[in-house]
Design a protein around this ligand. Structure first.
Ligand code: ZN
Length: 322
């Protein structure tokens, strides 16, 4: 039996909040449907931040309402604070993602709160969750875990202390995010190992960026030390508006290709996934999309981890199956 990883698609949140244009609601829903059809079973569909700060996300409740109709899909939304968490729970999400920065400078710039104030916020959110919607999972993502463009080096001990504080505050999972694209594989391996030694099974997803071309290498390094959930976005859409120069999440298509070709099952059909790029592009005309696999196609010899062979190995950049 092949080993398995879970890929959490963050494009509709991380991607869409980083581009200038706003994708119309109907297009967002069509794109999420296409991602679900490709086999993605966890999608971060939006964020609950004030519309004056992120007009791209003003329709998040409506997008969630649609996503909740897709069978077997874990619907996730990002929230910056308790108010956002309450709105997300009212909208019916299954999981909440909460970024907490390991860099004090990034935390103040991003949410105008210190790290300690954010841990307190997580504690309040957990209490409210327990009272209102006990089934909802809370995943804290330690952002700038591998370095910060504002502060520079982020001490590993700071990341470990924050992860332990977040676990004590009641977060179900604590992941590590390379918000600024500064991580390297040796660092990823070491930090995930240290975090796992600190908080055990609460260790969550690897959220890697491809800013310097190391996104896949960093995901593989995390996989090697036991990480089994990975965030990525279709076409590499996304970055961080408060980390200048940080653009591009790991490309979902390339990540799926890497794992499937090495015999690790993702549950995702790459051809259907690449076809979903058309839905993304229809909603964001002219926006550049990244990814090597969509350009090259799957190739004649590609075999999925479960032994399936592609329907059409020539599938290419246009994302249309012959
Ligand atoms: Zn990201």
């Amino acid at each position: 039996m092949p080993s398995h990883v879970s890929i959490s698609e963050v494009g509709p949140r991380d991607g869409l909040q980083s581009v200038k244009a706003t994708m119309p609601t109907a297009h967002k829903c069509a794109w999420i449907t296409a991602l679900h059809a490709a086999g993605l079973r966890e999608i971060e569909v939006g964020s609950f931040v004030p519309a004056r700060l992120l007009p791209q996300m003003a329709d998040v409740a409506e997008v969630i309402r649609h996503a909740l109709t897709l069978p077997g899909l874990t619907v996730m939304a990002l929230v910056p604070n308790l108010r956002g968490a309450e709105a997300a729970m009212a909208a019916g999400v299954h999981r909440i993602a909460l970024p907490v920065s390991a860099s004090e400078a990034h935390s103040l710039a991003n949410v105008r709160k210190t790290r300690e104030q954010m841990v307190d916020e997580v504690r309040r959110i957990v209490a409210r969750r327990d009272a209102l919607a006990p089934g909802v999972g809370i995943e804290a993502g330690v952002s700038t875990a591998f370095g910060c463009t504002l502060q520079g080096t982020v001490a590993e001990d700071d990341v470990l202390r924050l992860a332990a504080d977040l676990a004590r505050a009641g977060a179900d999972e604590i992941g590590l995010s390379d918000t600024t694209g500064m991580a390297n594989p040796a660092q990823v391996r070491r930090l995930f190992q240290r975090v796992r030694a600190e908080i055990g099974e609460r260790t969550g997803a690897a959220h890697m960026h491809n800013t310097r071309g190391l996104g896949l290498a960093n995901c593989l390094a995390a996989y090697d030390v036991g990480v089994r959930t990975f965030d990525s976005s279709q076409g590499g859409l996304g970055g961080c508006p408060y980390a200048p120069g940080a653009s591009g999440n790991v490309v979902t298509e390339d990540l799926v290709y890497m794992f499937e070709s090495m015999g690790v099952s993702t549950g995702i059909d790459l051809e259907t996934l690449m076809a979903a790029r058309a839905a993304l592009q229809a909603g964001l005309p002219g926006e550049p999309l990244y990814g090597m696999t969509p350009d090259a196609g799957l190739g004649r010899d590609f075999v999925y981890a479960d032994g399936r062979t592609p329907r059409d190995g020539r599938l290419g950049a246009a994302g249309t199956a012959a």
